[in-house]
Design a protein around this ligand. Structure first.
Ligand SMILES: [Zn+2]
Length: 382
């Protein structure tokens, strides 16, 4: 089934959603094209700026599965994967028995683009500047109220919380970037593992094992520290087995379309694991053994062998440089310029590009630390 899903993927891929900056109008367009006899399409409510938040329901089975994407407006890969899945459901090919099995045994509730106002502005936060994923308790944003209400109303067996992560993550013990990352979020500070959370963990373990055949050493799991105001944690707390999926990066694949394919594959595979109860063949150790996702394992550039002249002395060292997005979760405007990240031993750091400045000398290194905010000058020495 997996190989066929991959082989046929281009038939399912929603060609109207390609750019990472998909906007509300794109969602309206693809939703309006859905077959209304096959899918039950409803407007759950309005965003703060009065854009529709849609729910697409399909299937007639007793296992309810809720998926929501793009609660962070600038994280579009999960939304793309949702529409790829919808296209998979209506396709007619040699996988008919599989899709029929899924639709007969499950009822799916898809909520693509929970934060259309943020998507419109290409920002993480909603129009009120609230991070919806820190609003699960206060429910200040209309978008948060909608998600909380449907979770209570549907009370699905599984909830999939679909995000994108920054490109700089990598699995520990790997020299590759994280293409996909997962988490079975905790629902309390002691990180209690109850029956519902165990199910999330085992489904992730099953997905992880499958992905090793396609993107080995490029899949990781997040730290499970409890975040009391995050949605995943609170939906897990409601007794819904919750799975966080984060689209990462495959080196050189700038628009994350390769990651999108494996994102789609992981979700369909997870549905199948749930229907067939294949995840029960796994044990908690399989989840625990998934490598941790290391933040900022990668940077954009490492300048090697930089000779700096400072206080009439010379020394040679390495300098790492990264786009100025280090605080993407903070409330800041991001500039697309580069900043120096670190100076010193870079042997255990990874970069998308390494530039050797062996024969160059940076004069007047005295104020190099004051110049940390701008790394542009380094490129002049390239
Ligand atoms: Zn996110």
């Amino acid at each position: 089934m997996i190989n066929q899903l991959l082989q046929n993927y281009n038939n399912y891929k929603e060609q109207n959603l390609i750019e990472l900056t998909i906007k509300y109008a794109d969602i309206e367009r693809v939703v309006s094209k859905l077959n209304a006899d096959f899918f039950e399409i409803t407007v759950l409510g309005k965003s703060f700026e009065d854009r529709n938040i849609y729910q697409i329901k399909v299937g007639e089975g007793k296992t309810k599965i809720l998926l929501w994407s793009q609660m962070h407006g600038n994280e579009a890969v999960g939304t793309m994967a949702i529409f790829d899945i919808l296209n998979f459901f209506v396709a007619d090919d040699e996988l008919n028995s599989y899709r029929q099995k899924l639709l007969k045994n499950c009822t799916f509730y898809f909520v693509p683009m929970l934060n259309p106002d943020g998507a419109e502005k290409k920002t993480r936060r909603n129009a009120q500047s609230i991070d919806l994923n820190r609003d699960a308790l206060k429910l200040t944003a209309p978008e948060s109220i909608i998600l909380n209400e449907i979770a209570d109303e549907i009370m699905p067996e599984f909830g999939f919380n679909l995000h994108d992560q920054e490109i700089y993550y990598g699995p520990e013990n790997s020299n590759k970037t994280s293409a996909l990352s997962f988490l079975a979020p905790a629902f309390d500070y002691p990180k209690t593992i109850n029956e519902k959370r165990t199910k999330s963990m085992l489904v992730i373990a099953d997905i992880f094992r499958m992905l090793q055949n396609y993107i080995p050493n490029q899949v990781a799991k997040y730290n499970d520290s409890f975040m009391p105001n995050a949605f995943g944690d609170n939906i897990q707390k409601k007794g819904i087995s919750t799975i966080l999926v984060e689209a990462g990066y495959i080196l050189g694949n700038e628009h994350r379309q390769e990651v999108r394919k494996y994102y789609f594959l992981s979700l369909v595979y997870a549905f199948y694991s749930i229907v067939e109860q294949n995840f029960k063949k796994f044990v908690l150790k399989d989840y625990n053994d998934i490598p941790m996702n290391v933040k900022l394992k990668f940077c954009d550039y490492i300048f090697k062998n930089v000779t700096i002249k400072q206080n009439n002395k010379e020394f040679t060292t390495d300098i790492s440089v990264i786009r100025n997005i280090l605080d993407s979760e903070k409330f800041t405007d991001y500039e697309d310029d580069f900043i120096i990240w670190d100076i010193g031993d870079m042997q255990n750091k990874f970069a998308f590009e390494i530039i050797d400045l062996k024969w160059k000398k940076i004069e007047n290194g005295n104020n190099i630390v004051e110049r940390l905010k701008k790394a542009d000058f380094l490129f002049k020495y390239r």
